[in-house]
Design a protein around this ligand. Structure first.
Ligand code: ZN
Length: 386
């Protein structure tokens, strides 16, 4: 029974397109494979999983659906029909499906499918880990319902913008610096617009080529949305949909080339919204691990050293410095930290340890005791280096 799901993937070979099988044929097959149905809020989940796993997925899906509906301003409307199709073993989920980017698929016939482990316990555990995939596919469904569907670059770019973004007090905020921008910046060159315009099927593309197309799409939609600030997201997206990539290629590539992750994070850290400030601090070690060059610089060190005195931003700034910049810091940087707030004093001792320098355990213990429990919990991984 594995052949058919893989056949479907082969036939479709993309994330949001009409299928070579007719919609009713495909839906009939999925209905037969997914006999259990759970209807909750804005979603209708069909699966072959046990009741507990179905409940977990429908909760996660309803949460994702609610966010996407609010972001696009389409709270009403029929439930999103989704099929959770199992793959036999987890390795298939990674190699056969995930590696090609096919963790889920959305169909023009107003339904979507997600691949889940066959084992209900595994599936249950994964329900809340797949939030980005859920949001991505649900975004395809609602965008299409709103008439916000068009070329593949637009469909995929918009779905990616929605999968990682924030809804704060009813207002949409883009993800601060998604990793797709790093990939797009590294691969963009003249001809990128033509590459996107010509992207109609993913058949024959290897996972690297596919990643580049997704990343370029995400960056183009981000660029165009930023050019059209003001107004509701759906209306801004409608303007993006009417834009031809060839017309904006030069401007888009110049924007991409000038994009500085550190500037973006520093701006976000000054936001009045705590969620955005936290996201900026979380991005610091993540982007450093991805090797983003401006994150591995003195400028980044200075930003992180400043963030150490902020109780919210400090833990991730400490993680960044300990894991990526310990040897780049100067002795006077560490002396400065030793005169600072408890978190800075603690970070100084961890940095001494990582640098194979003498550690003052009494100072570290006192600094740790002065921190709130929640901060201590956030520091677990770097405390292991002490
Ligand atoms: Zn997609």
């Amino acid at each position: 029974m594995r052949a058919l799901p893989l056949l479907i993937v082969t036939l479709l070979a993309n994330c949001s397109a009409p299928t070579s099988l007719s919609g009713p044929e495909l839906a009939a097959y999925l209905e037969q494979r997914c006999p259990r149905v759970v209807v909750r809020d804005g979603v209708e989940v069909h699966a072959a999983l046990d009741e507990a796993a179905c409940e977990a997925w429908s909760e996660g899906a309803a949460h994702a659906d609610r966010l996407v509906r609010q972001m696009l301003g389409c709270e009403n409307g029929p439930p999103v029909r989704m099929y959770l199709l199992d793959v036999e073993v987890e390795a298939d989920l990674r190699q056969g499906v995930g590696a090609g980017g096919f963790e889920g698929l959305a169909f023009a016939e107003d339904f979507m499918l997600l691949y889940v482990p066959r084992d209900s316990r595994d599936a249950r555990q994964r329900a809340w880990m797949r939030m980005d995939t859920l949001r991505h596919e649900i975004a395809h469904i609602h965008a299409r319902r709103l008439g916000l569907a068009g070329p593949k670059w637009f469909n995929e770019g918009l779905a990616q913008e929605l999968e990682g973004s924030n809804l704060i007090d009813g207002e949409w905020f883009a993800e601060v610096f998604p990793h797709e921008l790093v990939r797009a910046r590294a691969s963009a060159q003249a001809g990128a617009a033509a590459l996107l315009v010509g992207w109609t099927t993913s058949e024959g593309l290897d996972s690297d080529e596919l990643d580049v197309r997704y990343a370029l799409s995400a960056s183009l939609v981000r660029f165009l949305l930023e050019r059209n600030r003001g107004g509701e997201l759906a209306e801004r997206a409608r303007v993006v949909l009417t834009t031809h990539p060839n017309e904006v290629e030069r401007e888009w590539l110049a924007w991409l080339g000038a994009l500085d992750a550190l500037d973006v994070l520093a701006r976000a850290a000054g936001s009045a919204r705590e969620q955005i400030r936290l996201e900026a601090s979380h991005a610091l070690p993540i982007l450093a691990e991805a090797g983003v060059p401006e994150l591995l610089s003195r400028r980044a060190d200075e930003l992180a050293l400043r963030w150490l005195s902020d109780p919210k931003l400090g833990p991730r700034a400490a993680t960044f410095l300990v894991y990526f910049r310990a040897s780049a810091l100067s002795a006077s940087d560490l002396e400065g930290l030793e005169r600072g707030e408890p978190l800075a004093r603690l970070a100084a001792q961890v940095l001494h340890s990582v640098r194979n320098e003498p550690v003052d355990s009494a100072v570290a213990d006192l600094a740790l005791a002065a921190l709130p429990e929640s901060t201590r919990a956030e520091l677990q991984t770097i405390l292991a280096r002490l």
